[in-house]
Structure formats: C-alpha cells, structure tokens
Design a protein around this ligand. Structure first.
Ligand code: CTP
Length: 404
C-alpha cells in the first residue's frame, strides 16, 4: 500500500515508550507519520526519539513554525489520527473540544478517522467522568478501544494497559484502507471466535497438528472488540499476544476446543469457527514416549473427531449466526469455490469463508484473500489484503444477519 499521512498523537503516560514501537511499525510499511506529543508525553519519551523515528520535526505547541499554521494543516492533511496512549486527561480534553496544544487543535481540524487507544490506571478508566468522555467521543464517531487487562505501572494489575503495538498497527492499517471498518455496531453483542490449530497427542512429546498460525482468528477477535463486542477467543496452540478486549481460552486438542466453544456459544450472538480443527485423532495415547524398535515403524490408527461446527448448527438458537471457514486447495473434482459451495450446503452454517491454501497461501501469512459465501446465495470476494480487512468483511456479513 502507498504511504499514507498519519498523525500519531502521544499522551503523557508511561505507555508512551511502547508507542515508539508502534511508530516504527507504521513507518516500516511506508506511512508518512507526524508525531504530535503533548508536553507531558515529552517527560516520558523525548522529542529526539520521535523526530528520529518519524523523520519529521516534532512540536507540542502551536507556536513552533507558526507561519505553516501547523495546527490546521496537520489535521486537514491527515488520513488517520491515532492517539496513544490516550490518557484520562487527553480523553477529557478531546471530549470537551479543548484546543490548548497542537494535538487537541489537530483533533478539531481532522476529518479523517480518529483512533483513541486509552491507557491509564483502572480507577481512572472506570471513573464516571472518563466513561462519559469516552461515550461522548464514540457518539461523535471516534473509535475508542478498550484498554487491555494486565500488569500496570507498579505491581498492580487490572484494566488499563495499552494494547500491543501490533494490534494497534493492524487496526490503523485497516482504517487507512476502510475508514468505515470499525463502527460500534457490535456493542452489547457476544462474539465467539476459534483460532489456531488443534493438536492430537500421540505420546507425551508428539502430536498430530496442522500449520494454522491463528492470525486470521486473532484478527477477527481484534476487529470485533474494536467494533464494541464482548469477545471470547478460543485459541488452539497460538503463539500471539492476547488481543485486548478478548477473553482468551487456551486449548490444545479438539476435545478441549469443543468444550470451550460450546460453553462460550451458549450466549453468543455469532460464532466464527476460524480454527483448523483436526478431523481425526490417534485412537490410542501412549503414556510414555514411543521408542524405536526392531518391529519397525508403529502404525498410527486414527478415529474421527466430532465436527464442532456441525454440532453448533444442530443445537443453534434461531437468532444465532454461525460462520465456518474452509481452507481448500481445489483438485480434479472441483475448484476451491466448488468445494466451498458444497461445504456450505453440507455444514448448514449461515456463512462460509472460503480461502485457498497451499503454496505459501494463507497459513502463517499476514495477508489473506477469500470469498464469503452465504446460504442466501450471496458470494462476496475479498481481495488479498491484511487479515483484519477480511475480518471486517466477515463481521459486516455476520452483523447484517443479526436480528436487531
Ligand atoms: N470444523 C469443526 N470441527 C471439525 C472439523 C472442522 O468445527 N472436526 C470446522 C472448522 O473450524 C471450519 C469448518 O468446520 O470452520 C470447515 O472445516 P474443514 O476442515 O474445511 O471441513 P471438513 O468438513 O472437515 O471438510 P474436509 O473434508 O474438506 O476436511
């Protein structure tokens, strides 16, 4: 993607140091990023760091280079403004339309999507004043993420951490490609996503598994949370940081995944089965490491696993939307799409996301292309792009099928 103009507003919180990494991620893919720190942000990370990483001069006030009228130009030219960390003070100033430094002026002149990434202590986040300020910003169309839960500045833990820079970068990239991709349309809804690949143990150290990285499922969880949903992410053997705003249930085998998905699905509005679930498991488990012997290679006898998606379809509530994924290669009997259409009919879910795999496609990659098939005959092609872009298209399709 061509470089786009991004303003990165940095608030005065300890998480400012993590935003240096976010800045790197945005510039590495070619975006032209101007950093606008508040004066207090500069107490945490100095102007030379922002200037060196962004290759642009850095100012906090409206008086520097006043002949360029930066407080108007920056906002007008921006295609995206990201505010991270959005401190309680910054959220309050933005919500009230104050314009007492370069960043708050920029927020008033910008007409592009604005993504606030709050980070503060739990008490400050939960305070009624902050809650009202966040609600005001959301009402006006700004995207305000939920903070992550975990270790805070001191020894305390709670809600208030800055989400991981990779997560923020994914959402920023999504908004640059689709400014309308994060409406708050899933607020009050419960979305369940399975991700990764299940492993079936042969002995204490060996398993049968597959190459799913979990990236697509994680992108689905990140995008759903950013659209306001409560998200349960059932993650099978995924080596990625927990998305903020998602309850992550870690599982290993198909049996574990099945139990976790059914439990989460009870009150779910949508279940997306993005996990690569093993169809078969070894029928026996050796409780010791299988040794080489003169008898040669031991045979592996397999038995069938339950089809979790089929079980969800069989036990569904009428208002629940069920989404399957089909990773296909195509063969002599039909193309990737032929197999996808047959699978949708066979599985009975509402939507099936069909993508081609093999030869370096989809598995483990940052990008994905797919066709979203609907039982109503709709077929929406999503061209190759970041997995968050496909995730947004899946949520659009699922949300349009939810009863209001
Ligand atoms: N799935 C599931 N439980 C299984 C296998 C698959 O819930 N035991 C789900 C996957 O998460 C996915 C969908 O079913 O959403 C399709 O998976 P896939 O393996 O492509 O389907 P299969 O019916 O196993 O078809 P195939 O013969 O092509 O493997």
């Amino acid at each position: 993607m061509d470089g786009r103009r991004v303003v990165l507003g940095v608030g005065g919180g300890i998480a400012a140091y993590k935003v240096a990494d976010l800045l790197r991620k945005l510039t590495e893919v070619g975006h032209d990023v101007t950093v606008v720190p508040t004066e207090s942000a500069l107490k945490f990370v100095g102007a030379p760091t922002w200037a060196a990483l962004s290759h642009h001069p850095v100012a906090s006030d409206v008086w520097t280079d006043a002949d360029d009228v930066p407080h108007v130009q920056l906002g007008r030219q921006a295609e995206l403004v990201v505010v991270a960390p959005a401190t309680a003070d910054l959220v309050a100033r933005a919500a009230h339309g104050l314009a007492d430094d370069l960043l708050t002026n920029t927020l008033l002149t910008a007409r592009c999507p604005v993504l606030f990434v709050p980070a503060m202590h739990t008490e400050m986040w939960e305070h009624a004043a902050t809650a009202e300020n966040v609600a005001a910003l959301r009402r006006r169309g700004a995207i305000v993420l939920e903070p992550a839960t975990g270790r805070l500045t001191g020894t305390d833990t709670g809600k208030g951490r800055l989400p991981e820079p990779t997560e923020i970068a994914q959402l920023a990239e999504l908004l640059l490609r689709r400014p309308d991709a994060l409406p708050g349309d899933l607020r009050g809804r419960h979305m369940v996503v399975s991700a990764g690949g299940t492993r079936e143990a042969l002995d204490p150290v060996r398993f049968l598994g597959n190459a799913s990285s979990g990236k697509q499922g994680y992108a689905l969880a990140i995008v759903a949370a950013a659209r306001g949903a409560r998200v349960t992410l059932v993650a099978a053997n995924v080596d990625l940081p927990d998305p903020s705003g998602a309850d992550v249930v870690r599982v290993t085998s198909t049996a574990d995944l099945r139990e976790a998905v059914h439990k989460a699905a009870e009150d779910a509005d949508v279940v997306v089965m993005a996990a690569a679930v093993a169809d078969f498991r070894p029928s026996g488990y050796a409780d010791h490491k299988i040794k080489k012997s003169d008898a040669g290679a031991p045979p592996i006898v397999l038995e069938e696993n339950p089809d979790v998606l089929a079980e969800l379809v069989a036990g569904r509530r009428p208002d629940q939307v069920l989404v399957g994924f089909a990773a296909e290669t195509g063969d002599a009997r039909g193309s990737v799409l032929d197999h996808g259409r047959a699978k949708l009919a066979r599985k009975g879910c509402d939507l099936l996301v069909v993508n081609a795999v093999g030869a370096g496609k989809a598995f483990g990659q940052a990008d994905n292309a797919a066709v979203i098939l609907g039982t109503d005959g709709t077929e929406q092609a999503v061209p190759l792009g970041p997995k968050a872009l496909l995730a947004a298209a899946v949520w659009d399709a699922a949300a349009s099928r939810l009863l209001s």
